[in-house]
Every structure is written in structure tokens, then in C-alpha cells.
Design a protein around this ligand. Structure first.
Ligand code: ADP
Length: 601
């Protein structure tokens, strides 16, 4: 059976995920063309939707004609009037009944096309987010990207459905009304052309004033609820300082400010709402007087007066709807550009075409490595030289800001050396496909990043099939056995959002298990700085030792136990390695490491 995805896919198999980027590039600066491009491959669905829309709406346009014809027949005393009335009745009932299935078909095709484009856009953004460099992600706060995926795509979708639905509606309504009018009476047609823009513009300008006032009121309301939230949070502090009356006074001021804005809004709405209504009605009366006079002079038939009355109302309303649409369109266009910005960003990791590695021993050599961040002139790594042998555990120590995290990010390949080189098994990291290298790498970050799911899912993340024996072994090595055995649901216990139901130490051990199960050759471990009780500390240290055995390990170390257990210690200062050796060697030397230790103890 065809899935929903298959049903939505255009026949030529173009995936909007890929071509939005191309379309955007091609039509850069022409958001409307970009928008049209978004539906490429689905145009036939649009055409069908338009056709169904036309049929579905027919009853609305036909009714005034039918009414006019019936009146004309009656006033002229035509002999076949009775048959005509029967015919028109059947016609109208048929058209009205058609509305239901046609509306369904119209929505079906329209929705397939718009939802498909919307999904494609989201997918394109998601893929791009996965490809963008870590530097890009660090610089762009994640909230902004998230809002791009959700809000901007929605605005683009809003833009396209609005354009489609409203413009189609408006164009068809106005088009039919004008077409019928022009064939029936040129004079009335000219009258419409002159009066409708005036009527529409005056109505909309009054409505805009109301909308502005409305927005102001809403903002004030939001402000008030924010203040109430703040006040509630602050209650213990307020109480402790006996400031209740003060708070009540402040809030009461805010509440009255809102009340005043609301009162003004009511008055403005009463005034402007009725003025807008009156203007519309006056134009209706003018139209009635004009067509009535024409009928009196015999220029048009008496029944056509009702026809023009209802067409005039339709046209005026539709033209004002177009004017109202302008801000929605502007917002959508802005979003098209905002999405395009992300999709066109070239700050992606370049892996394609580079050599892949199918074996990693795990020896590293930093050779006079220099590196600085985009937004910072200063070199963070400043001629770093460091040799790490296969299987060795190296602890990086040094003051905050010395460059330790930068070094481990380089080992992961998040940042690449600008001059000098970082060699892994003798190969320059800049020249290899990092994705192939990272299969042999595991990272235990400073704050364990768990996703909402079970403990098992968090451990085997991205590992595919894992045997129960292997899992058991990893759990034991990560010192998780006792914890898991104590939970009624065991491995299937849900960890809560971001692992919120577990303690910091437990999260870290899960993080270590996640690294262990990949059986990596290289480990990058950023030790948590948070203080732990001695039992947790011991459990974690054992897990870490199990993890790092026989594997090349880089640790940003904060704990004495880790530093002692490391094979080598590198003291980093100002982006260079200033001391290097075993714990005993460095303690004996009484240099930078010795000073650092003395400060901490
Ligand atoms: P450490 O891990 O030793 O505390 P880092 O490697 O985190 O040091 O930082 C070294 C220097 O680089 C610091 O001065 C820090 O402010 C700067 N730095 C770190 N990350 C960034 C970044 N993403 N953009 C700009 N500067 C950064």
C-alpha cells in the first residue's frame, strides 16, 4: 500500500529538500519566484485544486445572476417564467450540493502540495543543521535555529496558503464579478472601477487603526502576565523583606494601566468599527442609487440592480482583503529569506572527496599548531607541540582559558589547525574524511548529554544491533550494574528529559557506557568540574579507568585521581604545552604543574 509519503511525492520524484536550496540560489532576491519554485513538480495538483475551487465556489457567483434573471422574468412578464424558476431552483440546489465534494477534493490537492513543500523545507533545514560546522552552531544560539525550523517554515507555509487561498478566492470572485458586469453594462463596470478602490482603501485604513490598538493592548497584556509570573517567583523574597504592600501597589499600577488601554481600545473599536461599517453601507447606497437610476432610465434591467448590489459588496470586500494580506505576505517573504540564509551558509564540514580511514591506531602529533576563533584575533593555540602515543592516557591541565577544550575539539575535528598540523597516525586531520575517523572515536562531554528515552536507548545510541552480553559487559565496566539492578524497570527505565531523573554521577556513567559500547580507539573526555561525593567519585573513576585502558585518551582533568592515573600530563598555558611528563616527574620538577597543584590543594 502506498504510504502518505508516496502519495505526496510529485511524479518526477523531485524532493523539495534538495531543490529548495537550488531554487533559492537561482531566484535569490525574488522570494515570490522562490515560493513558486517550492511547488515545482506539484503544479498539476495546484491546477486541479483551482479547478475544484472554481466549481465549489460557483454557487456564490451564480446566485446573484439567478436572482436577477428571476426578477427580470417576473417584471417583464415572460410566459416561461414558471419553468425558469424551476430550472434555476434545480441548478442552484445542484451547485450548492456540489460544494461539499468539491471542497473536499480542493482541500485534498491543495493540502498535499502545501504540506509536501512544508515538509521538504523542514527536512532541508534539518539536513543542513546536521552538516553545518560545530563552529557555526556554537556561534548561532540553538534557540534561533529551532525557531527558524518551526516559526519560519510556518510563516512560509502561511504565506503560500494565504497567497493560494486568498488570492485565488479574491481573483476568482473579483474576476467573475467584473466579467459578468462588463458584459452586461459598461457604465456600471466603470462605476465599479472608480468607486471600489476608494471604498476599500478607506475601510482598510480604519481597520488598521483598530488593529494597531489591538496589538498594543495585547502587548500590555503579555507584559502584565510576565510581571505576575515574576511577582509569584519573587514571593518568598518579598515576604522575607515584608514588601507585600509595595508589590501590590506596583502590580495594581500595572493592572490599571491595562484597564485603561482596554477601555481606550473599546472606544476606538466602537468608533472606527461603526465608521468603517457606515462607509461600506454608504457606498452600497450610492451603488443602489446609481443602478436604480440607470434602470429607471432603461439602461439596465430592474432585476440587475440586485446583481450589481451583491457584486459590488463582493468586490469591495475582496479588494480590502488584498490590502489586509500585505503584512502576512511581508512576513512570509522575510521568512523565505531567513531560511535561505541558513540553507546557503557555506560553513559546513568539508568531507566529500577526502581520504577515508579504515583503521585507527591512535597516535597523535600536534606540530606547531596555531588556531584562533573567528571572532577573536588572538591565537588560542599558539605553536602547540604535543606527542601522544598509541594507547596512552594524557591529562590536560592548566588554568581556565588556557586552551584545553580547544585542543580536544581539535582531536574530534570540530576545529582544524590553521598552520602547523595535527597528525593522527601520521595523517593530517585536514586531509581525511572526518566521518570515517570518528567511527573510532568516542566523546564523553563535561555535561552528559542524554535524550529522553530509556537507559538502554541512551547507551546504544547509534550502535545498531548490540548483543546482550556486550551490553552486560559495558554496564559492568561503567559501574552501572548496581544502579540498573535497583531500578524496577532496569535498562528500560526512562531517564526523563535530558536525563533529569538521574543524578549527575549516574548520567556521567551512562555517558561512559555509551563511549565503551562503541569500542573506540580514541577517547576524548572532558571531566565534569562539579564536586561529587567520594562514592560517586570512586564509581566514576573506576568506569573511566575501564574505558581508557589500552585506548588513546585525552582528558581535560580536574580531579587529582584522574591526574594521578594518567600516563602523561601536559600542562597547557596560553595555547602551548609548557610542561610534559608523568605525575611523579612533574612533582619533582617543582615547575608549573607543582605550582598549579599547590594552588588547588
Ligand atoms: P580551557 O578549556 O583551557 O578553559 P578553552 O579552550 O575553552 O580553554 O578557551 C581558550 C580561549 O579561547 C579562551 O580565551 C576562550 O575565551 C576562547 N574561546 C573558547 N571558545 C571560543 C569560541 N567558540 N569563540 C571564541 N573564543 C573562544
Amino acid at each position: 500500500m502506498a504510504t502518505f509519503q508516496d502519495k505526496m511525492r510529485p511524479p518526477h520524484g523531485v524532493d523539495p529538500e534538495y531543490w529548495f536550496t537550488q531554487v533559492y540560489q537561482k531566484y535569490q532576491g525574488h522570494p515570490l519566484l522562490t515560493l513558486v519554485g517550492l511547488y515545482r513538480g506539484n503544479f498539476h495538483k495546484f491546477m486541479l485544486a483551482v479547478l475544484f475551487f472554481f466549481i465549489k465556489h460557483a454557487c456564490v457567483w451564480v446566485l446573484p445572476i439567478v436572482t436577477a434573471n428571476i426578477i427580470n422574468d417576473i417584471t417583464s412578464g415572460a410566459p416561461e417564467t414558471a419553468q425558469n424558476i424551476l430550472f434555476y431552483t434545480v441548478l442552484m440546489v445542484a451547485l450548492i450540493c456540489l460544494n461539499v465534494p468539491m471542497n473536499y477534493l480542493y482541500t485534498d490537492y491543495k493540502s498535499q502540495a502545501t504540506r509536501y513543500a512544508e515538509t521538504g523545507l523542514r527536512k532541508a533545514l534539518i539536513r543542513k543543521l546536521q552538516e553545518l560546522s560545530i563552529a557555526y552552531h556554537v556561534e548561532t544560539r540553538s534557540g534561533r535555529l529551532q525557531s527558524k525550523i518551526m516559526r519560519d517554515v510556518e510563516a512560509v507555509e502561511g504565506l503560500s496558503t494565504q497567497l493560494f487561498l486568498s488570492i485565488l478566492n479574491i481573483a476568482l470572485n473579483v474576476g467573475v464579478a467584473l466579467a459578468v458586469t462588463v458584459t452586461k453594462s459598461m457604465v456600471v463596470f466603470v462605476f465599479f472601477l472608480v468607486t471600489t478602490p476608494i471604498a476599500a482603501v478607506t475601510m482598510v485604513s480604519f481597520r488598521n487603526v483598530m488593529r494597531r490598538r489591538n496589538a498594543e493592548f495585547r502587548k500590555e497584556m503579555e507584559e502584565t502576565s510576565a510581571r505576575v509570573m515574576e511577582m509569584v517567583e519573587l514571593i518568598p523574597v518579598t515576604r522575607a523583606h515584608a514588601l507585600e504592600e509595595e508589590e501590590i501597589r506596583k502590580m495594581s499600577g500595572q493592572l490599571f494601566a491595562v484597564a485603561e488601554k482596554g477601555y481606550r481600545l473599546d472606544l476606538v473599536q466602537a468608533l472606527f468599527g461603526s465608521v468603517g461599517w457606515a462607509i461600506f453601507q454608504i457606498f452600497q447606497v450610492i451603488c443602489l442609487a446609481f443602478t436604480g437610476y440607470l434602470a429607471f432610465r432603461g439602461r439596465i434591467l430592474a432585476g440587475d440592480i440586485t446583481l450589481y448590489q451583491s457584486y459590488f459588496a463582493t468586490i469591495v470586500n475582496q479588494v480590502s482583503a488584498v490590502i489586509t494580506l500585505v503584512p502576512i505576505i511581508a512576513k512570509g517573504i522575510e521568512s523565505v529569506n531567513s531560511i535561505g540564509e541558513v540553507l546557503l551558509s557555506e560553513d559546513v564540514e568539508q568531507n566529500d572527496g577526502k581520504r577515508t580511514v579504515d583503521r585507527v591506531e591512535g597516535s597523535f602529533s600536534f606540530r606547531d599548531v596555531h588556531f584562533h576563533y573567528h571572532d577573536n584575533e588572538k591565537d588560542v593555540l599558539n605553536g602547540l607541540n604535543l606527542e601522544v602515543k598509541q594507547g596512552e592516557t594524557i591529562a590536560l591541565v592548566g588554568e581556565s582559558g588556557a586552551g584545553k577544550s580547544t585542543i580536544i575539539n581539535m582531536v574530534i575535528g570540530f576545529y582544524l589547525a590553521e598552520s602547523g598540523a595535527l597528525l593522527m597516525d601520521g595523517q593530517d586531520l585536514r586531509e581525511i574524511d572526518l566521518r570515517s575517523y570518528r567511527k573510532y572515536l568516542a566523546v564523553v562531554p563535561q555535561t552528559s548529554i542524554l535524550f529522553s528515552g530509556t537507559i538502554r536507548e541512551n547507551i546504544v545510541y547509534g550502535c545498531g544491533e548490540v548483543s546482550e552480553e556486550k551490553l552486560e559487559e559495558v554496564i559492568r565496566a561503567a559501574n552501572l550494574k548496581e544502579l540498573i539492578d535497583s531500578l524496577p524497570m532496569g535498562l528500560e527505565t526512562s531517564v526523563g528529559e535530558h536525563g533529569g531523573k538521574l543524578s549527575g554521577g549516574q548520567r556521567q556513567r551512562i555517558s561512559i557506557a555509551r563511549a565503551l559500547i562503541r569500542d573506540p580507539r580514541v577517547i576524548v573526555l572532558d571531566e565534569a568540574t562539579s564536586a561529587l561525593d567520594s562514592i560517586s567519585e570512586k564509581l566514576i573513576q573506576e568506569a573511566v579507568n575501564n574505558l581508557t585502558r589500552n585506548r588513546t585518551t585525552f582528558i581535560v582533568a580536574h580531579r587529582l585521581s584522574t591526574i594521578r592515573d594518567a600516563d602523561r600530563i601536559a600542562v597547557i598555558a596560553e595555547g602551548r604545552c609548557v610542561e610534559y611528563g608523568t605525575y611523579e616527574e612533574l612533582m619533582e620538577r617543582k615547575g608549573a604543574f607543582y605550582e598549579l597543584k599547590k594552588l588547588q590543594s
